[in-house]
Ligand binder design. Structure first.
Ligand SMILES: [Zn+2]
Length: 265
């Protein structure tokens, strides 16, 4: 089986804030090292569980955070952005399972560490009425190819969000938010053991995990933070502005959800 790993940085163990998670800040190099180490724990656990191949999608910021020379040499790395579908771009139906590493809760989660949905320009996203953040959008994109999410790592609020959407997902909570950019955290070495355990459990459960999918066409409701963005997006051909801040689109499938949201900045 081929395993697709998509990794963000806000949910990486040992990263409490954007001080380590943003390439504009001084602790960023440490953030890259921690991200690479968490992902290596995922890769090793996947091979321990019988994976034949692992492909890692760097999905944070520039998408060039993982340290290629320190990444487990059994895995392939997708680095840099190509498709606007972003966080799962590179996935296709040849994969058997997805692992979300270092993910965070959706915008507006009271106890979500560094919670947001794609960009600060978005306040909320609903698909067919269901509130989704990046966990749900990635799962919807993978679901389009029939590939289930089986495991996830991140802060406790992100893990809860994943389980609420997909009860079969094995989660590894490695930190607990005390504020938007403050957390109580497991030591990274312990966190990586917990992550590996969740990945092994998730991959043992592949047969029971379901691809995350909605009935087509999908109604994508984007609630913007600023009125000016709603006013711009309403001008697109199949847009309907249903509220001062909310513009609705109808798209044919789960991949188009990721493409549409990836175009917002
Ligand atoms: Zn993110």
């Amino acid at each position: 089986m081929k395993v697709f790993v998509t990794c963000d940085m806000e949910g990486i163990s040992g990263v409490p804030s954007w001080f380590a998670g943003s390439d504009k800040n001084p602790n960023y190099f440490e953030g890259r090292e921690l991200m690479t180490a968490d992902v290596n724990a995922v890769i090793a656990a996947a091979f321990d569980s019988g994976a034949d191949a692992v492909c890692v999608r760097d999905a944070h910021g520039s998408a060039q955070n993982l340290l290629a020379t320190k990444l487990d040499s059994r895995a392939q790395l997708i680095s840099g952005w190509a498709s606007p579908a972003r966080m799962c771009s590179g996935i296709d139906g040849s994969f058997g399972a997805v692992v979300l590493a270092g993910y965070h809760a959706r915008a507006g989660t009271a106890d979500g560490l560094m919670c947001h949905t794609m960009t600060r320009a978005i306040r909320n996203v609903r698909i067919n009425g269901v509130l989704l953040g990046e966990i749900g959008v990635s799962a919807t994109h993978a679901g389009h190819y029939g590939v289930p999410v089986v495991a996830m790592s991140g802060d406790e609020a992100a893990c809860r969000e994943a389980r609420d959407l997909m009860p079969w997902v094995s989660t590894a909570a490695t930190k607990w938010a005390l504020g938007r950019e403050s957390a109580r955290m497991l030591p990274p070495a312990q966190a990586r053991e917990k992550i590996a355990e969740a990945v092994r459990e998730g991959l043992a459960n592949v047969g029971k995990a379901k691809p995350f999918a909605f009935d087509a066409p999908l109604r994508v409701e984007i609630e913007f933070t600023e009125l000016t963005d709603a006013a711009r997006w309403e001008l697109l051909p199949n847009a309907t502005r249903v509220d001062a801040y909310i513009v609705v689109f109808e798209v044919p499938d789960g991949e188009q959800v990721a493409v549409l949201l990836g175009l917002v900045d």
